[in-house]
Structures are given as structure tokens and as C-alpha cells.
Design a protein around this ligand. Sequence first.
Ligand code: NAI
Ligand code: MG
Length: 367
Amino acid sequence: MSNPSILILPGDGIGQEVMAEVKKIISWYGDKRGLAFDVSEDLVGGAAYDVHGVPLADATMAKAQEVDAVLLGAVGGPKYDVLDFSVKPERGLLRLRKEMDLYANLRPAQCFDALADFSSLKKDVVAGLDIMIVRELTSGVYFGTPRGIFEENGERVGINTQRYTEAEVERVARSAFELAMRRNKKVCSMEKANVMESGILWREVVTRVGADYPEVELSHMYADNGAMQLVRWPKQFDVIVTDNLFGDILSDCAAMLTGSLGMLPSASLGAPMANGRPKAMYEPVHGSAPDIAGQGKANPIACILSFAMALRYSFDQGEEATRLEKAVEKVLADGVRTADLMGPEGGTPVSTAQMGDKIIEALDASL
Ligand code: NAI
Ligand code: MG
């Protein structure tokens, strides 16, 4: 049987720097754990535009459809701000999500104890926090029609439409319940069924899917209350499932409970392929950070934890994923910090590459 395959798309700015550290870690798994991957690398975003005149070449798109997992760095940068909307770097990313039909966006909010002081909330509210937001990513108000700016009775009106089919709700709900079965068997679904028909349908369908998972405790919450509860006592949640718009906001809110943008991974999953693995793309939440690009200052942990998610969700290597997460935890507990993780007390930050090396040392020590 052939090795599982990974397509690496570093992209622009710090995307390339943080991905260099992930490549070291992929090699470590090959050398030390006998986990060999067929790794290929290609261009996305501005890097692809510079060569091909488009932010994602058709051949790269085709390759992404074939591999077991795509790892993406980040796209964009000031150099490309002048480009037409149709070829902007971000369009490369959107094309991948759309054509791979990655409908379930997994955004963990996990608080490493060593960074609990970084949260804007009290330490005991966030210490040990480990929740997962599942955001529907390919439908809802960002895609629904009619949409546009129209002229009506002599004034302009801007229109977007929240639209969900039962099938769209069902598949993302199923992702959330499957995830809950691997975690603490608890799902909270968030919508606004009190004021939105799409929310009523959402609640009905999630409840129906939940019946297939009798072990999972399902609750429902209006999304505005959900926002309050996330800030009040986030540890009451385990898996949260919600639509595209609410998920966009709630996942950013939950993520910031835990500190720096440089720490936040994500996974976007689609339907199972012939080999049973889901279509999948893993990427840090942050962008290309032009303000620090090329200076070796970027924190590679978000991208490294994204690879840990790939180990868990694409490659069925949950124990190895935990090993990598524990290595990150160890390095942070030892006080190793990139510049974005420095508190007011100061200290000397490590570089992107030094952080990667420290994590490899911790991996070695785990054997
Ligand atoms: P950004 O995430 O690139 O940066 C926001 C701030 O966080 C900056 O001060 C940056 O230095 C810092 N930061 C981000 N990641 C970091 C890391 N790993 N280590 C240390 N510090 C980090 O967002 P911004 O500035 O809004 O966008 C910059 C460019 O990135 C734009 O072209 C934007 O379109 C693009 N972008 C791309 C995304 C993607 O590829 N998924 C997501 C967000 C923005
Ligand atoms: Mg957002």
C-alpha cells in the first residue's frame, strides 16, 4: 500500500517560514516513528500568481483533490493589494475550500497552562480549556442568493440571504457528532431559531441527526447567548456546531480566549474519499503577517498544531497527534517564547526556527 500523501502549499509571507518548521516535523515522524508520507509541494496565493498569473493553477487544484491532506501556510500581502479581485491571493484559498467542498471547519480553542496569563479572562476561567467549534463553511449567508446591491423605490438596498438545505445541515451536524464521539460526547448547537426560519430548520435537523448518537448529550442555544456563555464560562462546552456566519464570529471569539493568533490551528473537512479519509485541508488561522515576514519572528506553533490535527483527523494517528501537542506544551512550560508570546515582563524571544528545533527536541525526549 502506498504511503499517505500530503500536499504542502506554503503560500506567502510567514506562511513559508512556519511551513519550514512543519516540514522538519514531518521528517521527524518519518525518521523516528516510521510514519512515511508522500510529500509534494506547490504554490498558492501571491506565490502562484507570480509564476502562473493566477492564485491557484489548475494542476495544483487537481493535485489537492487527490492527496489525503493539504497543508496550507497563509496567503496574501501588500504587494498583491493592487490586483483585480478575481486573481487576489485569497481567491486561491477560496477555490480550494469550494472545489474540495470542505464544509466542516474545525477550530479548537485550547488553553496551554503556560499561556493562561495571556488570556483577557481570569486564569481559572481559561486554564485547561479545550473546546472545539465546528463551523459550517460552504453555505449560509455568505453564499445564499439573492445577493447584491439593488435599487428599490429610489434607494439602494443591500441583500444577502441565509439559506441552508437539510442536506447541508445534516452533513456538518454529522461531523460534529462524530467528533463528539472521539471527545467528551457533548454537542451544543447554536442558531437563532427564535427569529430565523433557517435556524428552526437547523435545530430540527441537528436534533434528528443526534438521534443516531444516543450517547452524545445534545443541547441547543441561541447564538447570542452562546457568545455570552463563551466569555462567561467557556468550559461548559465541548463541541459547538453552528452555521457559517455565527461560526465565523464565535470561533474568533473563542480563539482569543486563549491568547495569540500565532497559536491557533484549524482543519477543514469534507466528504469521505474512496479510501475512507475525509477531504481535508489544515491551516493556521493567522494570515501572512507582512509586518514580520522574512524576519524569522513568526510563531510556527499554529501551523505545527494544524499538522497535529492532520495526524488525528486524516491519518488516524491520534496518539502521535497528542505526542506533538504535548511537545508544544512542554516547550511552552519551559518558557520558550517567540516574540508574539512575550509578556510585559520581557525576556529574549526565540526565532521561528529555534522554536521548531525546541519542539523537535521535546519530541525526541518523548521517545
Ligand atoms: P495576520 O494574521 O497576517 O496578522 C495579524 C497580526 O498578527 C500581525 O501583527 C501579525 O504580525 C501577527 N501574527 C499573525 N500570525 C503570527 C504568527 N504566526 N506569529 C507571530 N505573529 C503573528 O492578519 P492581517 O494582518 O489582517 O493580514 C495580512 C495578510 O494576510 C493580508 O493579505 C490578508 O489578506 C492575509 N490573510 C490571509 C489569511 C489566510 O491565508 N488564511 C487569513 C488572514 C489574513
Ligand atoms: Mg473570521
